[in-house]
Ligand binder design. Structure first.
Ligand code: DHE
Length: 561
């Protein structure tokens, strides 16, 4: 993947902040100071997301030089990177594992794989903390509220704008869903993870892996960033206040490092409060790095659902009085990651991915509704809701670690669905997918299809493709498999082209899929007609470098999936 100067600078800021106090383990391979600096940067860019800065493991395994753990009966197991050793580590990193670790031989050079294998046999660096003052010092208000337009100044159909992450250039492209033209490309943080919309649909919030949060005003003639703030060194999630009376008032962003979340004013990003998430896991053990995974705004209460990865605690943060912040802490299962609402938007379903479970929280009662066992490493993105011919309303997840799509029955207030109550919170069906390595599933209330990708599958043909399932019946109809790489018309190169993240247009008639090129190859977005499954358009502007997530304004604003 292309590495931009912006990205390099942003990552260097994090690694520089981590200091150079690098403890050399007596048995660990020796490294020069320059090698350690390079390896530290690679670790942050490529490994920390899954394994944690302190390397205690989450979605990925524990990568400490030595570890030991006790099971319920007091039996101790020991392991660690020193035990695995240089050769074995190089193999694992280069070729991946059956356990879900992807191969890095097409992302890192041989020398980089050697370096990173040495690095993880040494004691982890501990990055510094980041205070409210640091957050405040980083805050920039480019366009104050009174200098912004009072009405929409452009003629775009804002509902159908797609906010597209250009991962490796530290940018977001705002693409007109109607005309497929790029309306604006804005500079953001490094490797933007997600875009979320304000309740009004006017503001787009984008968060980069380097913790930089940018606020884009869609009402400007050419939409631009009007405010930004750095909420931490490493971040993944953001949302806004969506409850009636609080529309566009607050924003919240969660950090991976330091493990904390920041509450800000919604229209300026002025920081108001920083709250640490360090504490006890659901097993009653202290964890020094409980990272903030997905965050979602409730529509039925002035609350955010904040999912804490390592501890497995789901926080319901009440923002009606942020000076006297009230939080409900709901114990679920460890390694919370991504998730989405059920069709009624009362229950939030989140993957406890390395625990192979889906946790469902009832935001009306503030209690855990269910913990559902699933196949290996569920990864729903936001999931997909539809009414199954036999089992009624279901929410769907794919899996990184299994070749199935799982359907979980969800409750409904509609009397005609009363007969499905007996299935609620059960896995009612597992559908055979094209392979493991799925990241995202998607449907739309106006569609009869369910789309699922498999970009992390080691097989090139599978990583190139998406499957489309007919949701009208009982899934006995064979799925359609679309080879997005072939459909893009891009030349075949050595690098694996990965088809990732289906996203619907606002009217539910088109599905957009990103196609990641390799390090230097052209990427594309392939737009399909959802009814005919035929290609409608291939977007391949040279400025479109490594597009990943695409967020339709209307669907994101209203949590439609
Ligand atoms: Fe993501 C969602 C974390 C890797 C693309 N990703 C999320 C969320 C989290 C998360 C916590 C939920 C945010 C929310 O809803 O508030 N992702 C992580 C990681 O920790 C991980 C595994 C490793 C890392 O270093 O970041 C990771 N993610 C990736 C990728 O490699 C992807 C495919 C491309 C990229 O960004 O480099 C990727 N993640 C996405 C996307 C979403 C997402 C597109 C939003 C899905 C949606 O439809 O809302």
């Amino acid at each position: 993947m292309k590495k931009s100067v912006v990205g390099m600078l942003a990552v260097t800021a994090m690694t520089a902040a981590m200091g150079s106090a690098f403890a050399q383990d007596a048995k660990a391979p020796e490294m020069t100071a320059a090698e350690k600096e390079t390896a530290k940067k690679i670790y942050f860019e490529r490994c920390a997301g899954c394994h944690g800065v302190l390397r205690k493991g989450a979605t990925g395994k524990n990568l400490e030089p030595h570890w030991s753990k006790k099971d319920k009966d007091g039996n101790v197991t020991e392991g660690g990177m020193l035990k695995l050793g240089q050769q074995r580590l190089e193999k694992i990193i280069g070729y991946g594992t059956d356990g879900g670790m992807v191969n890095f031989d097409d992302i890192l050079t041989k020398e980089e794989i050697t370096l990173i294998s040495k690095y993880i046999q040494n004691t982890p660096d501990v990055p510094p903390e980041y205070s409210l003052k640091d957050t405040m010092d980083s805050w920039k208000l480019m366009v104050p509220v009174d200098k912004r337009p009072t009405k929409q100044m452009n003629k775009f159909n804002l509902k159908n704008i797609m906010s597209v992450t250009l991962r490796d250039t530290g940018e977001v492209a705002l693409i007109d869903g109607d005309t497929k033209e790029i309306r604006s490309i804005v500079k953001t943080g490094y490797a933007v993870h997600i875009s979320r919309l304000s309740a009004s649909g006017r503001y787009v919030y984008v968060i980069g892996r380097d913790g930089r949060l940018s606020l884009i005003d869609l009402w400007m003639e050419k939409p631009e960033v009007v405010a930004e703030v750095k909420v931490g060194f490493d971040a993944r999630s953001v949302d806004t206040s969506k409850f009636k009376g609080f529309e566009d008032k607050y924003a919240i962003a969660g950090s991976y490092w330091p493990p904390q979340y920041v509450i800000m004013d919604g229209d300026t990003l002025k920081p108001r409060k920083v709250v640490s998430t360090r504490g006890m896991t659901v097993d009653g053990e202290y964890h020094p790095e409980p990272r903030v995974a997905s965050i979602v705004a409730s529509f039925i209460k002035p609350e955010w659902v904040v999912n804490i990865k390592e501890t497995g605690q789901i926080l319901l943060v009440d923002y009606s009085d942020i000076e006297n912040l009230k939080t409900t802490t709901i114990a679920s299962a460890k390694f919370l990651h991504d998730g989405g609402w059920d069709a009624t938007k009362r229950y939030f379903l989140v993957a406890a991915n390395a625990s192979n479970k889906i946790a469902a929280v009832d935001t009306k009662t503030g209690k855990l509704a269910a913990l559902v066992d699933t196949a290996k490493i569920p990864h729903p993105g936001r999931g997909a809701n539809f009414v199954h011919g036999k089992f009624g309303p279901v929410w769907t997840t794919g899996h990184l670690g299994a070749d199935v799509i799982t359907l979980i029955s969800t409750p409904s207030d509609d009397k005609k669905n009363a007969k499905f109550k007996e299935y609620n919170w059960k896995v009612v069906q597992e559908i055979k997918h094209i392979g493991a390595g799925n990241l995202f599933v998607k449907t739309h209330p106006k569609s009869t299809h369910l789309w699922a990708d498999a970009p992390m599958n080691p097989d090139t043909d599978i990583a190139n493709s998406v499957a489309v399932y007919d949701i009208k019946g009982d899934f006995s109809k064979p799925k359609a498999v679309l080879n997005v790489a072939k459909d893009s018309g891009l030349p075949v190169t050595k690098a694996v082209k990965r088809a990732v993240h289906p996203e619907y247009s606002a009217d539910g008639k088109e599905v957009w899929i990103s196609l990641w090129g390799g390090k230097t190859d052209q990427s594309a977005i392939v737009v399909y007609d959802d009814a005919t499954l035929k290609v409608k358009k291939v977007i391949t502007d040279p400025k479109m470098i490594t597009p990943t997530g695409k967020f339709n304004v209307y669907n994101t604003q209203h949590d439609i999936y």
